[in-house]
Design a protein around this ligand. Structure first.
Ligand code: PEP
Ligand code: MN
Length: 331
């Protein structure tokens, strides 16, 4: 249940009421208390102090359209995403930050196309301990340098909760990866910041569980949450994962969170990224994440799925038309 308290309720009083009914307390324009979905009746204590309340059939609460019908607008570094912006933010960059020359070349590519947001992994959640694990802090410093030199927003992944402070210091947006989205330590640490958080769907995660991961961050006080569909694991082995566009339609219908799609990790092969990206943009989505590398063959991670720069430029060109056909603009 979500309970919106009357304007006359003070911060102190709201905190006491939250403790008394064992609820989360956040303040957006009003003091809001959030209890588990098991609460069906307004607690007696809150009768005189509440303006309005919502009852939910499950723990999709703050993220649900029942609570807030309009899509949320999230500040995504220096652009906004979602809401009524009707634009699709094209996020580009390599899977991993590998060197200064490599990440600068990606930054230049984006700036020349008029794009705003550079992504590169520094703490890589690899399946094998023997694979490249990322440059860590050195990589974050390179991203910060690109932010400084080119005025780009930068986004990178937190592999565990101890990375959050560093990521906040050097970048603009925190990515919670598919393997990390169940990590309560990371989600709770993200909730304590006001940085935008991009949560990727785990490959065996139901839509309900996916949204509940977002609820951890929202109920903890950080309203800047964006969801990212990046493919789920099915019986199919011909492609790396299966991009769940049905799931995207479900999220658009039932949640108020901006949605980003990542066809690169979904298919796992560069040949399919452009056609899938067009299908994604045709759904009227808030963002698209595409991996690109100056020389994909020698990339230290996800080599088979990264586009070359000419392929990325061509895709950017083609996507403008698709976006326009659904009333969106690529930014
Ligand atoms: C990535 O974004 O490079 C990554 C590791 O993705 P995912 O968490 O979706 O596997
Ligand atoms: Mn990758």
């Amino acid at each position: 249940m979500i309970i919106q308290l009357k304007k006359s309720v003070s911060n102190e009083q709201a905190k006491q009421l939250a403790a008394a009914v064992n609820a989360f307390h956040i303040y957006n324009e009003n003091h809001v208390l959030i209890t588990g979905s098991g609460t069906k009746e307004l607690p007696a204590l809150l009768e005189d102090v509440s303006d309005k309340y919502w009852v939910f059939p499950n723990d999709m609460q703050l993220a649900s359209k029942v609570y807030q019908a309009n899509k949320r607008t999230v500040n995504f570094g220096n652009v906004s995403i979602g809401g009524t912006t009707n634009h699709t933010v094209l996020i580009g960059g390599p899977c991993s930050v590998e060197s200064e020359d490599q990440i600068r070349s990606s930054a230049e590519l984006l700036v020349n196309l008029g794009l705003s947001t550079l992504r590169g992994g520094c703490y890589k959640p690899r399946t094998s301990p023997y694979s490249f694990q990322g440059l860590g802090l050195e990589g974050l410093k390179l991203l910060a340098k690109m932010r400084e030199e080119f005025g780009l927003n930068v986004i990178t992944e937190a592999r565990d909760a101890t990375h959050i402070d560093e990521i906040i210091e050097y970048t603009d947006i925190i990515q919670v990866g598919a393997k990390a989205m169940y990590d309560q330590g990371i989600l709770r640490a993200c909730a304590k910041t006001n940085k935008p958080v991009l949560i990727k769907r785990g490959f065996g995660t139901t839509l309900q569980e996916f949204v509940q991961a977002a609820e951890f961050v929202l109920s903890g006080g950080n309203e800047n949450v964006v969801l990212c569909e990046r493919g789920i694991r099915t019986f199919e082995t011909g492609t790396r994962f299966t991009l769940d566009l049905c799931g995207v339609a479900w999220l658009q219908e039932y949640t108020n969170l901006p949605i980003i799609l990542d066809p690169s990790h979904a298919i796992g092969y560069a040949y399919g990224v452009p056609v899938l990206a067009k299908a994604c943009v045709a759904m009227g989505i808030d963002g698209l994440l595409i991996e690109t590398h100056p020389n994909p063959k020698v990339a230290l991670s996800d080599a088979s799925q990264q586009l070359t720069y000419p392929q990325f430029e061509q895709l950017h060109h083609d996507l403008q038309k698709v976006a326009a056909s659904v009333g969106f603009k690529m930014v």
